[in-house]
Design a protein around this ligand. Structure first.
Ligand code: AMP
Length: 193
């Protein structure tokens, strides 16, 4: 299997690039943010609890997202692999993901970290907020909190994958197609034997 963690701060372009990668490599896209927004839309109990945290730019508890991902991996275990988008967001989630994949006889191939400066992130999120309908993209304070939570809780996930020699930084600025080509190059380098 080809299992990619597409990593980066909010607004780095993970969603857009995930779409390109799943088409190019025939993978399943697993975005915990999308799954949570689906739960909100359906008005489930889980969705209602998650919404309160998401609207503030805080993380949803590890056990909630790990449970959701575990279910999705099970459903797609016979596929070519996954692009994990917005997950793992803590070191505890990264460890749990390793265990889940090991149970299926597979592992993370590489972690690709999109690098985009903070000022550009803020501008992109506010622009996206005009059309995405996402409350967490429309408020500057919430955006600032999401970036702060990323720096505090999520950025250390890079060290987790660096410790396994699976971390690769990718420039997230420029033309969308060029960024996809950079990601593909990093994937090809990681899968070369
Ligand atoms: P995203 O769509 O990835 O930007 O996620 C939107 C929001 O969903 C985040 O700000 C968190 O509140 C929540 N969320 C998404 N993925 C996770 C995760 N892996 N761990 C905790 N919270 C998450």
């Amino acid at each position: 299997m080809l299992n990619i963690v597409l990593f980066g701060p909010p607004g780095a372009g993970k969603g857009t690039q995930s779409q390109n990668l799943i088409e190019q490599y025939g993978l399943v896209h697993l975005s915990t943010g999308d799954i949570l927004r689906g739960e909100i839309k359906e008005g489930t109990d889980l969705g209602m609890k998650a919404k309160k945290l998401m609207d503030l730019g805080e993380l949803v508890p590890d056990e909630v997202v790990i449970g959701m991902i575990s279910h999705k991996i099970e459903l797609n275990k016979h596929g070519k692999g996954f692009v994990f988008d917005g997950f793992p967001r803590t070191q505890a989630q990264a460890k749990a993901l390793d265990v889940l994949l090991e149970l299926k006889g597979t592992e993370i191939t590489c972690m690709l970290a999109l690098e985009v400066p903070d000022e550009e992130l803020k501008a992109r999120l506010l622009e996206r907020g005009k059309s995405s309908g996402r409350p967490d993209d429309q408020n500057e304070e919430v955006i600032a909190n999401r970036v702060a939570v990323y720096q505090r809780d999520t950025a250390p996930v890079k060290e987790y994958y660096a410790g396994q020699s699976k971390y690769r930084a990718v420039n997230g600025l420029g033309d969308i197609g060029d960024i996809t080509a950079r990601l593909a190059e990093a994937i090809d380098a990681a899968t070369e034997v």
